[in-house]
Design a protein around this ligand. Structure first.
Ligand SMILES: CC(=O)SCCNC(=O)CCNC(=O)[C@H](O)C(C)(C)COP(=O)(O)OP(=O)(O)OC[C@H]1O[C@@H](n2cnc3c(N)ncnc32)[C@H](O)[C@@H]1OP(=O)(O)O
Length: 113
C-alpha cells in the first residue's frame, strides 16, 4: 500500500485526522500558554474523499472554553487538483484540548478580558 493513500487511491483518513489534530491545536495554543494535550475527538466526519494532489485548507473556530479545556470545530476544504478554484468541504470535526502542567495534569486556563 503506498504511504498515505488507501485502497481506493485516495488519501488515507488517518493522515487527514493527524492534520486536523494539528490544525485544531493552533487556536487553543494561543489560549493555554504552555503544554496541552488532545483529550477527545468528539466527532469526525469524512464528507468527501481527499484525492492525491488536492490542496487542503483547514479552518478552526472555538466552540467552548471550559475550566481546563477548549473545544474547537475544524472544517477542511479541498481545492481539487483537476478543478482549481473550486472548493469542496471534505471533513469536519470537533476536538477538545486540555491545558496540562509539567506532570501532565489538567491546569486551569487563564481567563482573558
Ligand atoms: C499533542 C498530542 O499529540 S496529544 C496525544 C494524545 N493525547 C494524549 O495522550 C492525552 C492523554 N490523556 C491525558 O493525559 C489525560 O486524559 C488529560 C491530562 C488530557 C486529562 O486528564 P483527566 O484526568 O481526564 O482530566 P479531567 O477529567 O479533569 O478533564 C479535563 C478536561 O477535559 C475535559 N474532558 C475530559 N474528557 C473529555 C471528553 N471525552 N470529551 C470532551 N472533554 C473531555 C473535561 O470536561 C475537562 O474540561 P473542563 O475543565 O474545561 O471542564
Amino acid at each position: 500500500m503506498p504511504a498515505d493513500t488507501n485502497g481506493n487511491g485516495d488519501i488515507f483518513g488517518g493522515w487527514v485526522m493527524a492534520q486536523v489534530d494539528l490544525a485544531g491545536s493552533v487556536i487553543p495554543a494561543r489560549y493555554v500558554n504552555g503544554r496541552m494535550a488532545t483529550v477527545a475527538v468528539n466527532e469526525f466526519i469524512f464528507k468527501q474523499p481527499v484525492r492525491v494532489g488536492d490542496i487542503l485548507s483547514f479552518y478552526g473556530s472555538v466552540t467552548r472554553i471550559g475550566r481546563t479545556s477548549i473545544t474547537v470545530q475544524v472544517e477542511v476544504f479541498a481545492e481539487r487538483f483537476r478543478a482549481q478554484g473550486r472548493f469542496v468541504k471534505v471533513t469536519e470535526a470537533s476536538l477538545t484540548y486540555v491545558a496540562i502542567d509539567d506532570q501532565g495534569r489538567p491546569r486551569p486556563i487563564e481567563k482573558r478580558d
